[in-house]
Design a protein around this ligand. Structure first.
Ligand SMILES: NC(=O)CCC(=O)C(=O)O
Length: 277
């Protein structure tokens, strides 16, 4: 089983949880009926991406959203990487991706590790850590095809995390995300291609569709990139499902031809270095 099919549902997210769940369900069912083995949703797919909405939309596990994802994965016999949702645990809220196997079983979850605290002059300011707690663990899960790593949006800017998932054996890195209209056009495609290239993996980047009257306007352009750095499937800014065939033999071929992971000089560098001066 060296080949399988992944779908990204680039869905429109609005200020109505029930409608967002209906949209997610419609797209997941369509992706499943088109033969997908694994379906990916975007970051905060049930909730507008803005600090002011997270408390109202947050759910403890299990909740209405995770129950739906579990039911759909079991009914259609697919893996679901459930984008992310605001997860409530005790007094804290996290940006969390829940991952279900073909039997509807929760097999892993990822809490966003790097929170989006940025201030780009005349561009965009966001302070996710005002509303959310930090995740503290790296997420790699096993499927019948290969190991797969999951991280969330801003996490993809950190090559150390992406490399760690590759070194833990992930052959596919999946990143539910919601880049914006400043950093999206500037960095989205380059980051996805470079993360695929430097780890020689498939890189799956899932965005919501663009909605111009949102407080935070997502860039869209969900992408599937192969281990050679080629974009094999891409959405524009509108709601869509995109598909990509994962071919694990291609990873082996490229890693044999260009043995980057073997050529690392781990005797010379130490990623625990903390000084940034
Ligand atoms: N939701 C996010 O983490 C946004 C990340 C982003 O836009 C970036 O430029 O990084």
């Amino acid at each position: 089983m060296s080949k399988f099919k992944i779908a990204i549902c680039q869905m429109k997210v609005i200020d109505d949880k029930e409608k967002n769940l209906k949209t997610a369900e419609r797209l997941i069912v369509e992706a499943a009926c088109n033969g997908s083995d694994l379906v990916v949703l975007p970051e905060m797919f049930n909730c507008p991406y803005n600090n002011s909405f997270f408390p109202k939309y947050a759910e403890e596990y299990p909740g209405i959203t995770t129950r739906l994802l579990s039911q759909l994965s079991e009914k259609y016999r697919i893996y679901i990487v459930g984008g992310s949702i605001p997860e409530k645990q005790k007094e804290k809220i996290y940006n969390t991706s829940y991952i279900f196997d073909r039997n509807g079983k929760l097999i892993d979850k990822h809490r966003k590790m790097h929170l989006f605290d940025i201030d780009v002059k005349d561009g965009i300011r966001f302070k996710e850590s005002d509303a959310l707690g930090y995740g503290n663990s790296v997420t790699v899960f096993q499927t019948e095809f290969c190991k797969i790593g999951v991280a969330i949006c801003y996490d993809m800017r950190f090559p150390e995390l992406m490399r760690l998932m590759a070194l833990k054996g992930a052959k596919v890195l999946i990143v539910p995300a919601a880049f914006n209209m400043i950093t999206g056009p500037a960095h989205w495609h380059s980051l996805a291609r470079v993360r695929a290239l430097d780890n020689q993996v498939y890189f799956i980047a899932a965005s919501p569709s663009r909605k111009l009257d949102s407080p935070y306007v997502a860039y869209g352009h969900s992408l599937i990139v192969d281990p050679w750095g080629d974009i094999i499937s891409q959405a524009d800014e509108k709601e869509a499902i995109i598909y990509g065939k994962i071919n694990l033999e291609k990873i082996e071929k490229i890693r044999n031809e260009l043995p980057l992971l073997k050529h690392r000089r781990v005797d010379l560098y130490d990623i625990k270095e903390t000084s940034i001066d």
